[in-house]
Write a protein that binds this ligand. Structure first.
Ligand code: RP5
Length: 162
């Protein structure tokens, strides 16, 4: 059973959202992925959000671009934590996506990560951290990931000293 739902408004978002899935793969967190559009398939969005908890999901990662309603509208229809990933849109370089997601009115929190690839990666990590708060095995994997990052800096320092 999937623990995390990864949804996106368009196939054009996949090249970004794949980084969230890569992170979940690395941390051995089960996930499902789907294209659900807030404006093109609003009924699918409602059904997905309303059924997410009973289907066993623990968190949802939602990527969208432009007037990016998907994360907030999903968050409005579930009490699971929702993490919004702003796509780096062509017209406004993702500032439109970011502001659309981050400026949720009080009452329906939608966690918002950075624009684009880094945000997608962090969304995967953040979902894992939400699960890791109650799962020691996942918490250990997250700690290992931090150690690996630390070691990469040691390698950078050695490279600098060459
Ligand atoms: C949003 O519109 C999607 O999330 C995507 O980022 C953006 C553009 O969609 P396409 O025109 O590429 O399908 O719904």
């Amino acid at each position: 059973m999937a623990q995390v739902g990864v949804i996106m408004g368009s196939i054009s978002d996949w090249e970004t959202m794949t980084h969230a899935c890569d992170m979940l793969d690395e941390l051995q967190i089960s996930y499902e992925k789907e294209i659900i559009s807030a404006h093109r398939t609003p009924q699918d969005m409602a059904t997905y959000a309303a059924s997410a908890r009973e289907r066993g999901l623990r968190a949802i990662i939602a990527g969208a671009g432009g007037a990016a309603h998907l994360p907030g509208m999903v968050a409005a229809q579930t009490t699971l934590p929702v993490i919004g990933v702003p796509m780096q849109s062509k017209a406004l370089d993702g500032l439109d996506s970011l502001l659309s997601i981050v400026q949720m009115p009080g009452g329906v929190p939608t966690a918002t990560v950075a624009i684009g690839r880094s945000g997608a990666k962090n969304a995967g990590l953040l979902a894992a951290q939400m699960i890791g708060a109650f799962d020691g095995t996942v918490a250990s994997r997250l700690q290992e990931h931090r150690e690996t990052m630390k070691e990469s800096v040691t390698e950078m320092r050695e490279e600098l000293d060459k």
